[in-house]
Design a protein around this ligand. Sequence first.
Ligand SMILES: [Zn+2]
Length: 81
Amino acid sequence: MGKLLFWVFVIVAALLVARIAARSAVKGHRRESRRADASRFPADGMVRCAHCGIHLPPSEAVRRKGYNYCSLAHSLKGPGK
Ligand SMILES: [Zn+2]
C-alpha cells in the first residue's frame, strides 16, 4: 500500500513538473515572438512619444499640444528626455 502511494505521488509530481515546464516554455516563446514582432514592426503608421521616443500605435497615443506621448505621465513631462 505504501509503495502504491509512493508511485501515485511520483506520477502526480511528474505531471505537475511537466505542466509547469510546458507553461513556462509557452510563456518564453510568446515573449520571444512579441519581441520579434516589435523589432519587425515598421515605424510607419506609428507615432513616436515626444518624451521617451518609443513608437506606439496612434490609437494608444496621448496627444497634447501637438505632440504624441506614450502615456499621460509623459504628456505631463513634455517633449525631450
Ligand atoms: Zn514616453
